[in-house]
Design a protein around this ligand. Structure first.
Ligand SMILES: [Zn+2]
Length: 298
């Protein structure tokens, strides 16, 4: 989930027929990360693609109006069919192409809670918006609780559930041989991350996901964030440290019974705003999210 609130409000207020206009100018940029792995950037969550003899394995699919362009970008790097799609979590900017892609016979995978969220109308409380229920063809066909491993294209790619991180259904995907990790929205590179506390995301879970990926990474690992540019271990470490320091400050204030207004007024993100506060969330919005997470204690 990464939308300026105003943009989101405008988009939601438009009739469906007007929405594709917003996507007309979007181009899909393809970056090769390893022999068999690519990153696609358009609008919405970053896409991972594994190509090779066994067919195409896709991670996330952005928005429905972009499906044709995404498939065209994949055609340019592989003549094999798309066989599998994995959703890193339920948010619409990562699963918007599911119905189009599911209808074409691609098997969609996700953590159990992703299917549960997509199957019903689900709010994103922070943005006062709600989504779904998704069409049957958009729902993941294979779901898993903890991990699933894809033995494809000369690699072993394991999707691992990161509990209560950005949502309650996040997976990160580790391509062992290619040394590539897709972190979904447990990682926003260069901007304060949105944490969907309304679907049981938590700052503690976000930190745990970053810690997990730091353990499985080395200095040559390529890390695909949910949003922001391609990244690496050193940048992920800086992100993790930012989350730890800000959440420790805010948790201390929550323990001291400070109100949200008092916490915002104390500017606990001050030291980090220059580097992280110029993206999707304003500093005070991020403070509110971390405060909410600290008071929920999940
Ligand atoms: Zn998201």
């Amino acid at each position: 989930m990464k939308f300026a609130f105003i943009v989101l409000s405008v988009l939601l207020s438009l009739p469906a027929a007007a929405q594709p206009d917003r996507f007309d100018k979007v181009q899909i940029k393809t970056t090769q990360l390893a022999q068999n792995i690519y990153m696609l950037e358009g609008e919405g969550g970053n896409i991972g693609v594994s190509v090779g003899e066994d067919g195409v394995f896709l991670i996330d699919d952005q928005f429905a109006p972009l499906t044709a362009r995404i498939l065209a970008a994949i055609k340019a790097i592989s003549d094999k069919p798309v066989r599998f799609l994995l959703n890193t979590h339920w948010h619409f900017d990562h699963t918007g192409g599911n119905e189009n892609i599911g209808k074409s016979g691609v098997v969609i995978f996700a953590q159990d809670n992703v299917r549960k969220r997509l199957a019903v109308k689900t709010p994103i409380e922070f943005f006062k918006a709600a989504y779904g229920p998704s069409a049957p063809a958009a729902l993941p066909v294979v779901t898993f609780a903890e991990t699933v491993t894809f033995h494809l294209n000369g690699d072993e790619a394991t999707a691992m559930h990161m509990p209560n991180a950005h949502t309650d259904g996040d997976s990160i995907i580790h391509f062992r041989n290619a040394n590539v990790v897709h972190m979904g929205d447990t990682y926003f590179n260069g901007l304060y991350p949105f944490i969907d506390t309304g679907t049981n995301g938590s700052v503690k879970g976000m930190i745990a996901a970053a810690d997990r990926v730091l353990i499985i990474s080395d200095d040559t690992t390529k890390i695909i964030p949910g949003h922001g540019p391609l990244s690496n271990k050193a940048e992920l470490k800086a992100y993790r440290d930012m989350l730890v320091k800000i959440s420790a400050k805010i948790e201390a204030m929550v323990k001291a019974k400070k109100t949200l207004a008092q916490v915002i007024a104390a500017k606990p993100t001050r030291d980090f705003d220059e580097a992280w506060g110029k993206g999707f969330l304003k500093p005070e919005q991020f403070v509110e999210i971390v405060y909410t997470s600290a008071t929920k204690r999940n």
